[in-house]
Design a protein around this ligand. Sequence first.
Ligand code: CS2
Length: 475
Amino acid sequence: MPRLARTTPRPKPGIVHLGPGAFFRAFNAIYTADAMDAAAKDWGIVAVSLRSTDARDQLEPQGCAYTSVTLAPGKTQCRVIESIAAILVAPEDPQAVLTAMAAPETRIVSLTITEKGYCHNPATGRLEMDHPDIAHDLAASQAPRSAPGFLVEALARRRAAQVQPFTALSCDNLPSNGRLLRGVVLDFARARDPELAGWIADHVRFPSTMVDRITPATTADDIAHLAETQGYRDDAMVAHEPFRQWVIEDDFPTGRPAWDAAGAQFVRDVERHELMKLRCLNGTHSTLAYLGYLAGYATIAETVADPAFARLCERLWAQEILPTVPQPEGEDLPAYAAALLERYRNPAIRHRTWQIAMDGSQKLPQRILGTVIDNLDRGQVPKGLCLAVAGWMRYVGGVDEGGSDIDVRDPLANRLRAASDSAATPEDKVAALLSVDAVFPEKLTRNPDFTRVVTRAFEVLADRGARAAVQDFVG
Ligand code: CS2
């Protein structure tokens, strides 16, 4: 079976992108390919993996081309994407990465490094100074490991060479992601050199973005199926839903690709769009991931095929989530929520509950806990979201409803498991997990209504299981 091969010359680079995983390939690289089709062609992407060699091993043998597979219900479309100009593996050669980031033709450094890549405290948004990668990068700033370490060193080199700074573009599912990135970069720079920090604060732009496209991890089956239908092997392929939405704060002093020609929306303030997406989509995604996993469902589509879980989503949107979301310009919130359920139902997308359940300690604050706080502030206890929090607590306890181990992937997994194991009763387990202050702000842990309702939900989950708990809730 031949491998996919590149057919056009590699584009001239204009972007360095940190985090070359499935989401980047289903999203940034496609928007950029479309933008280069529509206008300037010098926005090729130098993709950088901060950890594993996988992306390079998959992409490089095929000249950095790969297939995007759009999965609509009953209809599949394939397209070869060639916007990646090169791929680097940072741990193998940090100097090559810094050279690319410091090059004058690099005008944007974008990031899809997942929540934990920001090395911040999820509850406070500040850089964790004792994070092992941050401690390493402060001691060895010329050969960094973390995203903040790379950004600051590259900016220091540009400043020294009197090259204009790049625009730093966070594309992760974090609220005010530009502001958050700016915060961790400045925290890091201040610890290194306050003057450099001042220069970054004055000169570097960090626009915020809202990104959205459901993209499950690629499986061996996906690759085999593509080979069968297309007659070539492509280990770098990505499969995703048809829907895509990118809302970007328009703040690019050194230019940007014509992403608007590809359908991206440029606005002055993306915060409302971000809140809408994080709370409506990611909030229910995480809810379905924990409760669906515990109920024995492997994917989101399977979970919402159970009418009780579909109703759970509808109740959450109508009663607990939408009332907290300020109206974003041009959006119809009830229609947005209804469309989400259709997206979840897409039977062609096998998005595993286990995958979405990953890194919950980094996701819960912006997906669920902020919404809970807003409800409590209005004098309402959001019982459905409290059930979701209890579901997460059962999940990180590491044992499923049949008594089997759960493979919990989370930077705090050990700490969460120890907290859960340290207590015997539901009440004490909930209290032990609520004391993890990287996740739960005091405002919540000191609220007796929240604690009581989460504890009650935890008891129901422990006694009768997630399916019954969800059924009870939707009535
Ligand atoms: C998901 C997201 O894995 C997860 O946590 O909730 O990746 C989700 O699919 C995307 O944000 C959709 O845009």
